[in-house]
Structure formats: C-alpha cells, structure tokens
Write a protein that binds this ligand. Sequence first.
Ligand code: B4P
Length: 191
Amino acid sequence: MFNLILFGPPGSGKGTQSEKLIAKYGLKHLSTGDLLRYEINLQTPLGKEAQSFMDKGQLVPDEVVIGMISSALDANPNAKGFLFDGFPRTSAQANALDQLLELKKAPIVVMLALDVSEEELIKRLLKRGETSGRSDDNNENVIRARIVEYKNKTAMVADYYRKFDKVVMVKGEGTVNEIFDRLSEEIDKRA
Ligand code: B4P
C-alpha cells in the first residue's frame, strides 16, 4: 500500500494536483475539504457545524475530521493506497493518522510539501472565489485568516514527519503540468 500526504498552505494546489496524481497512480483521494463541503451541501449536522468554522477561515475541530478520515479508511479496505489532501492539518490529526495506519501496517511513505509564496496564494484564492461560489474564497480577510491558521497550527505538522525523514519540499509555482512532473518524479523514486 502506497500512502502519501500532499501538504501545503491554502491555495497551494493540493486539490488541483491530487486530481492528476490519483489518475496516474490509482490511489484513493481523501480530501477533508471535499468531504466537509459534501456534508455542507447536504446540510447535515456535521456540515452545519463545519460551515461555521470554514466561513471564518478557521480549522474544523480535530474530532470531526479524524472521524471522517477513519470512516473513509474503513470504507475502502481494498485501496492500493491513499492520497491524503489537506489532512493532517494539526499535530493531533497527524498522531491519529499514524495510529489508524499502524492498524493497517501501511505507514505514510512520503509527505510532498508544496512551496508557494503568500502573494501567489492570495491571488489564486481570490481568483477562484470569483467563480467557485466558495464563501471562504471571496473575502481577502477570510483568506488571510486561513493562512494564519496554517502558520499557527498546520506548518508544524511537517516538522513531525521531518523527524522520520519523510518530507520533500516541491516548488509549487509554475504551470500545473510542471508541478505535476516534479511531484511525479518524487513519487516514482519511492513507488
Ligand atoms: P481545502 O479544501 O483543503 O482547500 P485549500 O487548502 O483552500 O486549497 P488547495 O491547496 O486544495 O488549493 P487548490 O488546488 O484548490 O480546505 C478548505 C477549508 O476546509 C479549510 O480552510 C478548513 O476550514 C477546512 N478543512 C479542510 N481540511 C481540514 C482539516 N484536516 N482539519 C481542519 N479543517 C479542515 O488551488 C487553489 C486555486 O489555485 C485554484 O483555483 C486552482 O485552479 C489554482 N491553481 C492551482 N495550481 C495553480 C498553478 N500552478 N498556477 C496558478 N493557479 C493554480
């Protein structure tokens, strides 16, 4: 089983690259952002709770996202591997993921971390906000709040995996295809 984490700040291209990577490598895509937006669209109790955090640019509580990932792992017992997109985003989520994967005897092979400047992140997210209908993308203050959350709670997750020598920084600026080639090269070295 090949499990990888695609890591990076909001707007760094995790969702964009994940789509291409799962098609190439046949991995199961687990995006906590997508899972949360699915719940919001259905207006489930979980979705309503999540929306109140996402609209402010804040992270959704750990127990909510950990529960969702745990169910998604159980629902895909025959997956060839998982691409975790936007998860883990806190140290508690990283610990929980390690425990869940230990049960499957299939640890994370690599964390690919997309490196993108703050100006570029804001530019991309505002542009997406013009068409996506995502309430967390069309307000610059909310976008900045997401970046602050990333710096305060998420950036340190890379340090956790660095201890195990599993982090590879990848330049996340350039065309989508150029970035995809850089990511693929790192995966091919390990697959
Ligand atoms: P996510 O859905 O994970 O989204 P994201 O971080 O905003 O974006 P991503 O990096 O995937 O960017 P994308 O490829 O789409 O999170 C949304 C919210 O959900 C969070 O703020 C949080 O509240 C909540 N949440 C999710 N997971 C959580 C967790 N584990 N714990 C707690 N809360 C959680 O790219 C962005 C834009 O850039 C797109 O428009 C794209 O077209 C463009 N783009 C991509 N690559 C480009 C390139 N090379 N050049 C130019 N533009 C590019």
